[in-house]
Write a protein that binds this ligand. Structure first.
Ligand code: FAD
Ligand code: MG
Length: 340
């Protein structure tokens, strides 16, 4: 047998030591964190060969909330628009301009089922605050109050032109139906600049999956069973970067005299949407779209909702009031129902 040349052996030793020095043999380390932001729970699991990025991601979400999206924080861009003079164009940040263009498209395509101008109606219902008045009493809005709030709503009362927005008729913006999806988009962009090799991060009902698990298997994302929120309806099996949002009548609601008033409002009636659904989950390649579409689909019902989502290349899982599950065609390869 021929002996291996010395120079060849030396190169192998050199390569191995280089690998150790440069860290090419390092395995990703996993980090997890749970925090509160955007009025909801944020959960992170990420795998990285670099530093722990969880605190940076929380900071990113809080900055987005405080600087741009929250209508509740007076310094934010959206809060500023809500106190701007009606009918006067206001210059938007580049990000908000792009986002509002897309959201207006969802409004248009959904026939107004999705509408970011429902701020007055949302404040009137105050479902987030359990519909409590300042006196601590539960107040269900009267028909007159609802009609008044609807006069100050309507996506056609927004004009987007030359990077500016004009709000007409005292319209108040509320991005509650898309903000967490926007946060997921920003997280996806941020992760690409880091050493993170895989992550699954949820901002309330919106989730981003990114990269790979260390063992290379797909991410498993659970969907809550709306009949019993302590159980799973099923799981989504997803490889790589995906955006998932769920809207349901069990998320935020009040019950008065046996009637459930939930937080997803039908802009046509001014009342909580009654489309025969308990929940909708949307999967697509954009967080803002998955979030906006989940709300739009909930208002439209499963048949119209599925068509709308398909126009945006999104896959859907609908659960109706009878407990039936309706899956879009592509979802059949992704969704696995939990065993009873
Ligand atoms: P989604 O279906 O995605 O959205 C429903 C929400 O969108 C409603 O709550 C309402 O705000 C709005 N909406 C209702 N009907 C429609 C419709 N037809 N079209 C468009 N929009 C509609 N909650 C708090 O309690 N305290 C906070 O401080 C707080 N801060 C927030 C800050 C930001 C930046 C964001 C984005 C949200 C904040 N929220 C806060 C709200 C909360 O986190 C969720 O947005 C809310 O619970 C609904 O989210 P969802 O995903 O369950 O439902
Ligand atoms: Mg939504």
């Amino acid at each position: 047998m021929k002996s291996v040349p010395k120079i060849f052996l030396k190169s192998i030793v050199l390569l191995l030591s280089l690998c150790i020095l440069t860290g090419c043999s390092r395995q990703p380390v996993s980090y997890s964190a749970t925090d509160i932001g955007m009025g909801t729970v944020i959960s992170q699991t990420l795998y990285t060969t670099g530093e722990d990025e969880t605190a940076n991601i929380i900071a990113l979400i809080r900055k987005l909330e405080e600087d741009e999206l929250s209508r509740r924080i007076s310094g934010s861009e959206v809060a500023g628009l809500n106190v701007s003079a009606p009918g006067v164009p206001v210059k938007l940040s580049e990000e908000l301009w792009e986002e509002l263009l897309l959201l207006q498209e969802v409004s248009l395509q959904s026939g107004g089922a999705f509408d970011i101008t429902l701020g007055s109606l949302i404040v009137l219902w105050n479902i987030d605050g359990q519909a409590l008045t300042d006196n601590g009493e539960i107040h269900i809005p009267t028909e007159e109050e609802i009609a008044g709030a609807l006069e100050r709503s309507g996506y056609e009362k927004i004009l987007l032109q030359d990077g500016c927005i004009t709000l007409k008729d005292g319209v108040q913006l509320d991005l509650g139906a898309a903000g967490k999806g926007i946060a997921c988009d920003r997280i996806g962009d941020y992760l690409k600049e880091t050493d993170v090799s895989g992550a699954v991060i949820s901002v309330g009902g919106s989730i981003v999956t990114y990269g790979k698990k260390p063992d290379g298997s797909p991410w498993q994302v659970g969907i809550v069973n709306p009949e019993d929120t302590s159980r799973l309806l099923g799981t989504l099996s997803l490889a790589g970067e995906w955006y998932i949002s769920t809207s349901g009548d069990y998320e935020r609601y009040i019950e008065v005299d046996g009637i459930r008033y939930h937080h997803i409002l039908d802009p046509a009636s001014g009342y909580p949407a009654e489309s025969g659904l308990r929940s909708v989950t949307v999967v697509c390649n954009s967080g803002i779209l998955s979030d906006a579409l989940s709300t739009a689909c909930f208002v439209l019902g499963w048949e119209e909702g599925m068509k709308l989502a398909a126009r945006f290349g999104a896959e859907t899982v609908f659960v109706d009031r009878e407990g039936n599950i309706h899956l879009s065609e592509g979802m059949k390869d992704i969704f696995k129902q939990a065993e009873e």
